[in-house]
Ligand binder design. Sequence first.
Ligand code: ATP
Length: 784
Amino acid sequence: MADVRDREISVEQEHLDQVYRRLEEKIHEAEFLMNDAAQRSQVGTPGALAERDAQVFRAGIHLNRLNNEFEDFLFGRIDLLLGKDGKKGPDGAYTAVEPAEGAVREDASGLRADIAETLHIGRIGVLDADYSPLVIDWRAPAAAPFYRSTPVDPGRVVRRRVIRSKGRKVLGVEDDLMRPELTAYLGGEALPVIGDGALMAALGQARSHTMRDIVASIQAEQDMVIRAPAASVTYVEGGPGTGKTAVALHRAAYLLYQDRRRYAGGILIVSPTPLLVAYTEGVLPSLGEEGQVAIRAVGSLVDGVDATVYDTPAVARVKGSSRMLKILRKAARGALETPPAPAPAVDEDALFPMEPVAAVAPHPPTAPGTPTRLRVVAFGRRLELEAGDLARIRRNALGGTAPVNLLRPRARKLLLDALWDKSGAAGRHSDPELAAELRSSFDEDVTTEDAFIAFLDAWWPVLTPRGVLGAMADEKRLGRWARRVLNPGEVRKLARSLRREAYSVHDIALLDELQAILGTPARPKKKRDLDPLDQLTGLDELMPVREESQRERAERLAAERTEYAHVIVDEAQDLTPMQWRMVGRRGRHATWTVVGDPAQSSWSDPDEAAAARDEALGSRPRRRFTLTVNYRNPAEIADLAAKVLALAMPGSESPSAVRSTGVEPRFAVVRGKDLGGSVREEAARLLDEVEGTVGVVVAMHRREQAARWLAGLGERVVALGSLEAKGLEYDATVVVSPAEIADESPAGLRVLYVALTRATQQLTVLSGERDEPDADGVPDLLRE
Ligand SMILES: Nc1ncnc2c1ncn2[C@@H]1O[C@H](COP(=O)(O)OP(=O)(O)OP(=O)(O)O)[C@@H](O)[C@H]1O
């Protein structure tokens, strides 16, 4: 067997060598094109400029891709029966999915067939000099059978092979036989089969702090989602570890491959935490994509702010609820009348401390009080509007729901009308033309007067979202704006939370809503918008030939972009109604992919969030998918988590675990009162047991404390608050005091379910007194 394996490895090595030779030829071509284009750029006619750009564009793409993607470049192979028809697609492969009628023959010793076509699958497609496919791009239609074929529905695939390589060296091969009943021949010899599948090999590997792509082992049900047509909303549900995040990322790469022009408008991936962003952001570059995809944490969707603190559950519930809408609308109008008061001291109790707080001071300097009278001189007369007049004008101007900042011209016009009435000049001319002329010179007289300009700026200032949110920190005023919406206790907590130094994750959706309520007054166009080079062709992926690199440019464009062509929401069950509104504004004309698991929701009112989600997605039709297999947790851990699922969401089904390790979860009890010592001991034990990472999940209020307990144990171990554990995974985890996690919020049991489903190998549950452990250390919540 070892001989056969070595022989098969050298077969693949030969193919990889051939691919590299071809790639090198292409690199030389690309370099030549770059040099040639640089020389042509000396010629300054517009035609030459366009030609230069187009050449540099193509050559740069080659170079970028070739340089980036040499690692683990080729990863798959399928050996196929003869297709139904003899047609080939643009990538040089036969297009038929089903075998031709005579492809399989039967004789005395059973079923036999010849392999008619062999395709290698890789991160990008490579054609040989004669246009035959050396490597098929994993996203091309011809690669679909590599992912879709199963023994139940094999199509033309006889053998599916995953090739493991590093750089230019093939290290191993793993085969799955899709038609075990068949003896197949390749070049006259029986087709050998090596190993027992690549999926298990991938799942058993140690984890690092970054997610890997799964391009070599995407499963059929996942592939259906990745390649689903982009129309409308692709809606995916599945339990922990079913690959939702992985699928969402691969789908972004697939959509870009399939219709790059359409997605030049950008793809936004919304992720619940900065930790999950950091964990996943390497996946797309490994698939050859980064330029057009922005992965943002939900607390970083508003430019200039990276929110990293969390409100307490009670405050988060108020800020996330759509009840805030009414309050924000009132506050936006009310803030005109009474500008923000100075911000009092920080209140540490109102939040869970997370990462170091943002450097931005949320509350801008306060404006002086609003003026109560307007005095101007026009046509040689002193004119005056008193407080009563001004209040009436403001009320009139504010009628309707138009953005407050955009109503300023209307307010200005109403002020001028009132002054005009007072001037007594209205009746001076009966001729309409002369009357209009007189009025216009009156307006000019008034509006150029310093007193009027200063008055307008103070009386109807351009409001900023930060300013209005700052005004809401005043409990008395907030109480007025929130009358009949919040109770006094909620008002107190909300106002107090707005008085601290940094924005919380939930504040970001409020800022974004306020931006929409206030509106942005028109600004002159930026010079950059007019850059003629940008308008030449569809050169959306420019290479490092200008001052900006492709990556910097992509980042700049992403930062400037407010709407996207496709929006992917990961952990969608966690978005609050206000966050759905914020995300919805970024994809008003977009198609969507929404992935989530209701059983993992940390939001206390799932029905309210579902209504907000439906509003954000509008009437677009949904195409629903369910993922059913848990690739992360071994059965031993999944079974334990299922007990909490039964409490958190009675009646809902757990995904089935694809593997088992024989290692049962361990139950430990805090020694004496030394919680920290017990956690540290358990983490150290697990670090010895596993090769990769260890995550220690604690209730949110213990997060900082837990980081101190683990100090000095090295980089493989991290402390996480329960809400931060979303989407992450570790070789081993310690879940500290299930009762504390469950009691921390109304959604606590679902948060505990998330915590218990993070490990790929081993889990320790550590109980304190509050968990009421039995003689075996099993806490109350995890007993039968
Ligand atoms: N087809 C696959 N081949 C190899 N690994 C896979 C496959 N599908 C999923 N995985 C692995 O399983 C783990 C879980 O995947 P992922 O994080 O995408 O799941 P999820 O559904 O988002 O989980 P959660 O809801 O808990 O956040 C990851 O390590 C992922 O790489």
